[in-house]
Ligand binder design. Sequence first.
Ligand code: ADP
Ligand code: MG
Length: 572
Amino acid sequence: MSVIRQLPRIVVDQIAAGEVVERPASVVKELVENSLDAGATNIDVILEEGGIRRIEVRDDGCGIASDELHLALSSHATSKLSDAADLQAIASLGFRGEALASIASVSRLEITSWPRDAERAASIGVDFGTQSAVQDAAGARGTRIVVCDLFSELPARRKFLKRPSTEASHSIAWVERLALVHLGVGFSVQHDGKSVFHVNSSDDLEARCAAVYGKQLSANMIAVEMPSEHIQLSARVGPPESARRNARNVHMFLNGRWVRDPRLLRAVREGVKEFVPHGYYPTLFLALSMSPESIDVNVHPQKTEVRFRDERMVFGRIVNGLRQALSQANWSTRAAGDVGSYSPHTSVGSAVSELGGVASATYAQLGLANSDARPIAAIDDTVATQNFLSVRNTFLFREVEGGVEIIDQHALHERVNLEELRKEIRAGEVVMQPLLVPSLVELSRKELQSLVDKKDVFRKLGVEIAEFGDTTLAINAVPARLKRLKPEALVEDLLEILHQTRKPSPEQIQEEMLYSMSCRAAVMAGDYVNEESLRSLLKRGADLPQDRTCAHGRPVRVFLSYLDLEKAFYRR
Ligand code: ADP
Ligand code: MG
C-alpha cells in the first residue's frame, strides 16, 4: 500500500531547483539578474574553480531589509509581484520568487545586505536548506551573496558538472550577455583570482561589444537602430565570415532579458539570409524593448521563451530592420580566416569563423592553381586598372590595399544580377526580352495550372508565360538583363518555390524567384569569361551598395593580407 504524503519543504525546493539551477552559470545568472532588479550600477562576480567551489556576487543595489532576509530565501516569496494582475505586465527580470530558495536548497548560501536606509548590514546563512538566524554583519552598501559547494551533497547532480574552465566560461557568457543589454551598469568577473571580463557603467554599446566580441569583430559589426513608440529595436550584426553553424553567437534580448525563442530566431535568420550562407547563423546582438503588456514572459521556467501579442508586427520589424541595414552594409573585404584570430575569451565572444575554411582552402590551393593561371592585362577602367588573374575560370585574384583579394566569379555575378534586377523591379521597369521562339516545357496539368495562376507575379519579374495546350507551358519572354537564363531551368525552380511553401505570398514568390533567376543567369564556376566581361562584372559589383555575399549568403570575396602571405612563407 502506498500512502500519499505532503513532501517536506526542502525536497520541494530541491525539485524546483532542478528547473532553475543546472550548473554554476545558472546561479550566476539568477544572482546577477537579482542585482539588476535591485537597481545596481555595479555588479562584481567572483568565481572559484569554475564556480563549483564558490560563487560570489556583489552589488550596490537597494539591498534587503534584515527582517526580510528569511523571506527572500523562502520559495514563492518575491518583492516583484503582488497579485495576479501584475503577471500581465512584468517589468523585472525575476518574478517567480524561486531562485534564492532553490539555490539555497542545493548549496551553502550566505546573504549579507545593507539596504540604503538601514544602520548596518545583516546576514543570514543557509546550509542545504537549513536556515540559520539573522545576524549583524560587516559589509558594504548593497548586497553580497556567496554560494559555496554547489550540489556537493547531491552527487547525482554534481556528476553532470564539467571541468571548472568549462563551467567558468558558461558563467562568464551569462555576464557578457547581460552586460550587452544593461547599459549604465558596470560588470566584472574574476575567476580564480584573474580578471576575465570587465565593463564600466559608463561604457556604451560599442565598448561592450568590443569587450564581448573582441575589438576587430565588433568594429566590423553593422549597427541597426530602429526607435519607435511601441517597439524599439537595436542590433549589431557581424560580417558574413563570422557566421557559424550553430546559434551560439546569436544573442536576442527582450526588455533586458536574454531570450532563446525559436520563432524569434527564425525572424532573425530570415532578415539576414542574403548575408549568411544556408545552414549558418550570424554573429548577432538584437535587443527589443516594448511595453510589458504586449508580451508574456511567463511561459517557460527559465523565462527564455516569450509570447508576443502582435507577433507579425514584431517579426516584420525584425526582418525588415535587418534587411534594410544589411543591404547598405559597407563591410570592408577581409579575410574569412581573420575572424578566428580575434581571440575572444569565452563562448559568447568566440566567433571563430567556420567560414574561415573557405579562405584556408583557397589558400592551400594557391600553389596548385598556377598551371591554370592566365594573366590579364590592365585596361583603362576606373575600377580595375591593375592586373588580375583568372584561375580555373572560377576565381579572380587581384592585388588590393593591404593584400590580395580573391573573388568567386559566380558569386559576384549572382549578387550583381540580384541587386540590378531588384532595382528594376522596384522601379517597375524590368526590360523584357521576347524570345524569338518561345521555350516550351512539358508539365503535368496540375503543375501547369499552378504556374499559370501566378502569371501576374511572374510578369512583374519580367517573365512572361502562357498556356500552350493542355500540358505545355510556353515561356515567351525573360528579363533582358539576364541573358544567360535558361527558361527550362527557371520553370523547374518556379515549381520548386511553389511547392516548398504552403500558400506563398506574391512577395515571397517574387523574392525566391529573384534568388533563383540571379543564380541561374550567373556565369558558373569553370565558365570561360573574356577579359572585357570580367572587368565589366567587377565594375558592376563595385557600383552596388554591397557585394560581400552572393544571394545565398556565401562570400563573394576573400582577402589574404600581406601578413597571411608572410606567415605562409615563414617570414613571420
Ligand atoms: P525573484 O527574483 O523571482 O523575486 P528570488 O528568489 O531571485 O526571486 O529573490 C527573492 C527576493 O529577494 C527578490 O524578490 C528580492 O526582493 C530579494 N533579492 C534577491 N536578491 C537581491 C539583491 N541582490 N538585492 C536586493 N534584493 C534582492
Ligand atoms: Mg530572481
